[in-house]
Structure formats: C-alpha cells, structure tokens
Design a protein around this ligand. Structure first.
Ligand code: KIV
Ligand code: ZN
Length: 389
C-alpha cells in the first residue's frame, strides 16, 4: 500500500528568514491560505517570540486556517514555548516545533555544555510544549553532523517525553544523500519507541543536495518533508517543495505520495516570488521560466514529433503556461516551420529552406528570435517571391 509523505511547508518561517523577504501579517495570511489550498499538511507560520509582528502573524494564521496544522517555532526555552502556545491558541490543529543543537559543534561552540545537559534540555522542552498541545515536534538542530548513537538517544528520550514528530535537520546542507538516508535508517532501526512518532527531513541546500537528501530520507523511513516554495530559505535555501512533490509523483515505484495539488505549483511559485520579491532562476526545476522551453534543434525536432522525448512532466500537470519552442541560432528547420505555422503562415518546405538561412543571420545577431522578427522575415520573403514571378 502507498504511504503518505506529509508536506511541512516552512516558506513563512525558514523562507522568510532570507534577507529582504520579510512579510507583514496580511501577506503571511494571504500566503498561508494559498498554501492550505495547495494541500500542504503543516504550515510553519513563524517564530512567535522573535517579534510582536511574527506573534501576530502566527496568531492570525492559527485563527483562519481550517484543515492544515499550524506550527510555531521555538528554542528549547520555557518563555519561547509559552509565547508559541499563546500564539497558537486559536488553531484547530496547533503544533509546537521546539528543539536544540545536538552536534558537538553546537554543544561546545554555541552552548558550551555537555551532551547530557542537551539531552536534559531536549526532554524538558518537549514536556513544556506538551502542556499546550498534543502535537509536538522536536528538532535536533545540525542532526546531519550529530553522532548517530547520541542522536538515537536524543530521539528516544524526546519521544518518551511526548514528541510526536522528530525532525532530523541537515542544518548546514552537509550530508550526502547516502549518509542522510543511512542516518534515517539507523534511527528507524535503533530507536526502540520509533513507532510512536514520525521522523521528518529538513535539509538545507548548501551543496545543492537538499532535494536528493530529503528523498533519500523518505526512502529510508521518514514520513515528513520540510520544504519551501521555490526552495527559498537560509543561505542557499531549503528543500524545494515543488521538486520533492514531483519526484514522488514521477517515481510511483517508491510507493510514496503527497496530497499536493500539483497544477497549483506554478501559480504558487509566482505568488511567493512576487510577494517576497525574490525572482525564480530561469532554469529552476518545475517552476523556472525555462523548465518547459526547448531551444536546440535536436531537442525541438524530437519534442515536435512526441513531447515525451524531451519532457517527463507535462506543463499542465504543474500549472505551467505550456511548452515553448524558443528560436535561437541553435534551432532547426522544424522548429522554425512550427513557429511560422503557429503565427498563421503556410510555408512550403522550399520556403522554409530559404527562410532558414535568413533566420540564422538574425539569430546570430541576437540571443533569441522573437515573433516580430518572424513577421519581418515572412513579409520580406513574400515580397521577394512576388518580385521573382
Ligand atoms: O535548519 C534548521 O535546523 C532549522 C531548525 C530550526 C528546524 O531550521
Ligand atoms: Zn532550516
């Protein structure tokens, strides 16, 4: 039987931490409503103690969201947890996401303490959070670089204290997919009470492996992926929601599914990009402007014969505008004929042979040959043909 992977969207928390991406309450509420329509299971709405504005945003989102779980982030600090509890008061499904660094880097450099003390604070934080809600997620920050035996002890202890989800963040984006997957498999096998909670993947993209690591995590037993629209987030960003969702949809053999309505992916990407004023790179998978553009002659010829030769996803499936045949100096005759036909010109093969030489002269002068150039070429060709007769 297929298993569900829960999608935990952190666009409004980890994504909003990006310099220049800060949102006001109205913008956050508007995005949260769209995220719910998209079908995300959990919306991480913010970090309530961080500012009065973020407290208000989490509180407003908590009141308005009906189906999705609304989550607030805290440190393993009692005051943080109390403030998050208050912000989430109106939520139908409130979740507190609390945690602390568990790698030796964090234990020594950040907290100047011991593994035993971090274990104690972890358990205490979960117990405090359980006073406000039954849905408590614990994050073991920098789990990617945490010793696996110690991580297993922390995971066991926080589950015993009442955590229902345990987040295994690769905070620095350091892990290789095999390493991250092996870490999840190790926890699934070694933690005696692992059946009482689910493991969550929260992978950063510092080495460009966030999506691969998250997929490796769910292949090895994790049941939640934390991600953002367009992959925005601290430094090089988070796992991109649209990528993991489409990986699972394409690879049905994995037996994993999400509830995301994929035709909303492109509109959602545009909305986040416009609201946060962060452009999407053109070659971004699924939502980039070139994700369904074909520009070389070899690809265009194959695509025009059968789209599946060069497209594994149809643009409609992810709400993109449609496939594009872009004309450049690398394009071939079939692409040129196709574009003329789309503009309503009915040229013969011989016409196209002549036009193609003229087209190449234009294409060598500019990056892309536009519609107006095609009209000019067609007009000049007709004049020349009439004159020749
Ligand atoms: O990257 C990280 O470790 C985080 C935690 C706060 C979950 O964002
Ligand atoms: Zn993060």
């Amino acid at each position: 039987m297929e298993k569900q992977v829960f999608i935990f969207d952190t666009t409004l928390r980890d994504g909003e931490q990006v310099p220049g991406c800060k949102l006001n309450t109205k913008e956050k509420v508007a995005l949260a409503l769209q995220l719910e329509l998209l079908g995300v299971d959990v919306i991480e709405a913010g970090f309530p103690i961080s500012s009065p504005g973020d407290f208000e945003s989490v509180s407003e989102i908590a009141k308005i969201i009906k189906d999705a779980t609304v989550c607030g982030l805290t440190r393993a600090v009692q005051k943080d947890i109390e403030v998050a509890g208050a912000a989430l008061k109106g939520a139908r499904r409130p979740r507190i996401h609390t945690g602390i660094g568990t790698s030796d880097f964090h234990i020594k450099a950040k907290f100047n303490t011991s593994r035993e003390e971090i274990l104690r604070r972890s358990v205490q934080a979960v117990k405090w959070a359980r006073q406000f809600t039954d849905d408590v997620e614990f994050f073991a920050e920098d789990a990617g670089r945490t010793d696996n035996d110690y991580l297993a002890q922390v995971v066991e202890a926080v589950i015993a204290a009442g955590a229902t989800v345990v987040n295994i963040p690769d905070t620095t984006g350091y892990c290789l997919p095999e390493q991250y997957g092996a870490k999840i498999a190790f926890l699934m096998n070694k933690v005696p009470n692992i059946d009482k909670a689910i493991l969550s993947c929260h992978c950063h993209n510092d080495l460009g492996m966030a999506t691969a690591n998250s997929i490796s995590g769910v292949i090895n037993g994790a049941r939640q992926i934390e991600c953002t629209i367009n992959g925005i987030g601290e430094r090089a960003g988070n796992t991109s929601l649209e990528e993991v969702v489409m990986v699972l949809k394409q690879h049905k053999d994995l037996g994993l599914f999400t509830r995301i309505k994929t035709p909303m992916l492109n509109p959602m990407s545009r909305l986040v990009s416009e609201t946060m004023r962060v452009p999407v790179q053109p070659n971004k998978a699924i939502v980039g402007a070139n994700a369904f553009s074909h520009s070389s002659g070899i690809h265009q010829d194959g695509f025009l014969k059968d789209a599946q030769t060069y497209e594994i996803i149809s643009p409609e499936e992810v709400g993109a505008e449609g496939s594009k045949i872009v004309l450049t100096a690398r394009s071939g005759r079939s692409a040129l004929a196709y574009r003329f036909q789309k503009l309503g010109y009915d040229f013969t093969r011989d016409d196209i042979d002549v036009l193609y030489e003229q087209f190449l002269a234009v294409a060598d002068r500019q990056k892309e040959v536009e519609e107006e150039n095609l009209h000019e070429l067609a007009k000049a060709h007709k004049v020349a043909t009439v004159a020749a007769h």
